[in-house]
Every structure is written in structure tokens, then in C-alpha cells.
Design a protein around this ligand. Structure first.
Ligand SMILES: [Zn+2]
Ligand SMILES: [Zn+2]
Length: 421
């Protein structure tokens, strides 16, 4: 696996450090791609706004999938729909060039359970659902790039576009990989909008970029009864309260301070009335760390604390863990290529490197054990506008970033080293 990639990067450092030189043939391709990107530019806004107005939650991306398949079919671009009619994988558009690489480009298509508060013409039409993580922009950029590149054929590289569902629940990337999205592919790239960077800037950093994510649920079962007579009950609320305190205290205290870790309980459910002790309380939480060994140790600590609290209170405390989502690690060679392309397109001062990793998770990580890859961050902050973080009800982007994103991805593919390099 990835033999072609490994062999083809021998001269990449030299290639990237020298001023960009292109042959007449390359110039022709570059001009064709640029012309098609400029032609698609006005549509990028329409595509993004269409998707923004019709957000769909993870696992329910049926209309978005149908919209994408319609657009791809109209352009006669071969593709298949993902499992459960969610997500789209274009067939590899091959290149006849000798040693041509095959690169997958991925965008996520799902939205979040947030009520949009932006008062704009393209606000979400779905109550309580919003594209608050910029996946509408990712989808528009990839669809626009796909349409433009297909029209600009023949190209010196092969590529496939992956429109992936269920990023926010951490399941979609695995579904796409299981559905063959990386078969015949040498590497995978993606971008994510970044509202802390002004539009016209980009960030690319090699190495660890996002945390390992261990989601879990805990069922606390007691024995309900009258609130005035707790001695006749096994109180699951008191048990759960004690457990949360212990989780927050013990996990950081039993993890080496040099290893970052976060544990958060985000959901607690139980009880109906002030004077009734319920039978059951359920908790949902997440553990974030920068290595699998720290995540596994924390998981063992959760299990131990659950057992200890259960014994102390006489309750049954049962933790259930989702599969561990790996941290995202950007390939250093692809990061160097991305940075070189971004510096040339945006100017050397507009490319940020060496950013600290995030304790957030990103399921793009699930592609990277299969093929090397890299995610670029794309500045979307509008000049003079207050920064509104991802996952907030007033998040929005400067739409100038759409064409910039499509150009960055397309140019990176054009610059990809060949076997013969
Ligand atoms: Zn998100
Ligand atoms: Zn996201």
C-alpha cells in the first residue's frame, strides 16, 4: 500500500523549494483548470446557499445526497451513492499520464442540531438544524472543484471525490472506507473552514492535529421510591452525582500532566418529580486525549470508578464505550505540498504553520490508517466581523473562501509529484 506515494516523493522537497517552473504542457493544464474554476465560481455561492438552507443531521443526509447525485449526473460524472443512500463517492477519474497519482478529496456533508440565529437570505429553513461547522462550504467547494476538473480533462492526475455523511457523529468516514472509497487511491486530502483565520489565509501543520475521542454512556440503576424516605431506596441521582465528581477529579489526577486529557459529561437524564427518587439515571460523556494509550488508561479508570461507586451506593453502574476514534495526523510530505501551494496562491504571509493540535475530534482521521493524508484549514473570517466559533448559532463564513478553497485543492492535485519525478 502507498508504494507509489512513497517512491514519488523523493524529489518533492527539492521541487517545492525551487520556484514554480512549468512546462508548456503543464501551463496548458493549469490554464484549463483555472478557466473552469473561474467559470464555476458564481455557482459556488449558489451551491453553498442551497445546502445551507437545507441542513440535515448526521445519518439523515438523504436530500443532500440526492442533490449531489443530481448535479454529478447532470455533468455525466460517474459516481455511486453510499450505504443507506447517504453520501456519494465519485468513481476514480483516471489519467493516462505515466506515473499519475490517484488522490481522493473528501468533504463532509452533515449539519448540527442547532437553531440558526443568523438573519441572512440563506438562513436554514429547518428548525433546529444548522450547518454550523461549515460542512456546507466543504461540500460546495468539493462539488465545484469536481465539476471544474471534470470539464478540464485530460489531467496529469487521477482523483476521486468523497462526499461523506455523519462526520459529527464520527461514523461516516468508516462507512465510506468500508464502502471502498479508498480502493485504488494513493492519498487523501481535505479542508476544514477556520473562523479564527481571516479569509485569504490558510493553515497547514504536519503531525498530530486532533484528539483521540472516546465517547461513552453510563447507565446508573438503583431502586426508586419516595423522596422523603431515601433510606428505602437506592438513589441513582446521588450515585451519578458522586460518579461525575470522581471522574472529573480522578482522571486528570491519574494522568501524567504532560499528556493532555479532557473528560466531559455532556448529558445527564433521570427523574420526573421533586419528591420521587427514580430507578435509573443515564449519563453520556467523552474523553479526549492525544494518544491511544492515554485514552485506554482513562477508559480503564472510568470502569474502575463505576465499579467502586456501584459498590459504595449499592447501585448497578454500567459503562458502555463507543469505538475509539483515532487522532488525526497530517502526513508531513503532503502538508509541505499543501503549504507550498497555499503560499504561492495566497502569499507567504497568509499561510499559518505550527498550529497547536485541537482537543476536538475529526473523523477524517479514520482515512489515515489506510492511506496517508492531510487536512488544510481555510480562513473564512470576514473582515470587521466578530469571530463566531464553529458549532454556534451565529457561525457564518465569508463566501470569498469558497473559490479560494477550490483553487487550493485543485492546484494541490496539479502539483502532486509523479512516479517519474
Ligand atoms: Zn463540527
Ligand atoms: Zn466540521
Amino acid at each position: 500500500m502507498c508504494r507509489r506515494l512513497t517512491q514519488s516523493w523523493h524529489d518533492v522537497a527539492q521541487h517545492l523549494s525551487s520556484p514554480h517552473q512549468s512546462s508548456g504542457k503543464q501551463d496548458g493544464v493549469l490554464k484549463r483548470v483555472e478557466a473552469q474554476l473561474n467559470r464555476i465560481a458564481p455557482q459556488l455561492l449558489q451551491i453553498r446557499r442551497h445546502i445551507h438552507q437545507r441542513p440535515e443531521l448526521s445519518g439523515q443526509e438523504f436530500a443532500t445526497t440526492a442533490y449531489l447525485t443530481k448535479r454529478l449526473a447532470a455533468a455525466r460524472i460517474p459516481h455511486r451513492v453510499g450505504p443507506g443512500k447517504r453520501g456519494v463517492i465519485s468513481e476514480i477519474v483516471t489519467s493516462s499520464a505515466a506515473g499519475a497519482p490517484v488522490v481522493a478529496v473528501r468533504a463532509d456533508i452533515d449539519a448540527l442540531p442547532i437553531q440558526e440565529e443568523n438573519k441572512v437570505r440563506y438562513s436554514s429553513k429547518e428548525s433546529g438544524v444548522m450547518h454550523a461547522c461549515g460542512h456546507d462550504a466543504h461540500t460546495a467547494i468539493l462539488l465545484g472543484m469536481t465539476l471544474a476538473l471534470y470539464r478540464a480533462r485530460p489531467l496529469p492526475f487521477g482523483w476521486r471525490s468523497i462526499f461523506q455523511p455523519s462526520e459529527e457523529t464520527g461514523r461516516g468516514a468508516r462507512e465510506m472506507v468500508a464502502h471502498g472509497a479508498l480502493e485504488g487511491v494513493d492519498a487523501v486530502i481535505a479542508l476544514h473552514v477556520d473562523p479564527t483565520l481571516p479569509v485569504g489565509q490558510a493553515g497547514v501543520t504536519a503531525g498530530p492535529r486532533s484528539a483521540f475521542c472516546q465517547d461513552f454512556t453510563i447507565a446508573v440503576r438503583g431502586r426508586g421510591g419516595h423522596g422523603a424516605r431515601p433510606h428505602t431506596t437506592v438513589d441513582p441521582i446521588a450515585t451519578a452525582a458522586n460518579l461525575i465528581t470522581l471522574l472529573y477529579q480522578v482522571i486528570p489526577r491519574q494522568t501524567d500532566a504532560r499528556d493532555p486529557i479532557v473528560v466531559t459529561i455532556g448529558v445527564i437524564n433521570g427523574g420526573h418529580a421533586a419528591n420521587v427518587i427514580p430507578d435509573i439515571v443515564s449519563l453520556e460523556g467523552t474523553i479526549r486525549s492525544m494518544s491511544s494509550s492515554v485514552a485506554i488508561r482513562a477508559r480503564e479508570t472510568v470502569e474502575r470508578l463505576c465499579a467502586g461507586v456501584a459498590q459504595s451506593f449499592g447501585a448497578t453502574v454500567s459503562p458502555t464505550f463507543e469505538s475509539l476514534l483515532p487522532g488525526m495526523v497530517n502526513d508531513s510530505r503532503i502538508a509541505a505540498l499543501f503549504a507550498s501551494v497555499a503560499r504561492r496562491l495566497l502569499g507567504p504571509d497568509n499561510v499559518v504553520t505550527g498550529q497547536p493540535p485541537s482537543m476536538g475530534s475529526e473523523d477524517f482521521a479514520d482515512y489515515l490508517p489506510v492511506v496517508p493524508g492531510c487536512m488544510l484549514t481555510l480562513g473564512v473570517k470576514a473582515a470587521g466581523r466578530e469571530v463566531t466559533p464553529l458549532h454556534t448559532s451565529t457561525f457564518d463564513i465569508d463566501e470569498k473562501a469558497l473559490l479560494i478553497g477550490a483553487r487550493l485543492l485543485a492546484t494541490t492535485l496539479l502539483e502532486w509529484p509523479k512516479d517519474s519525478a
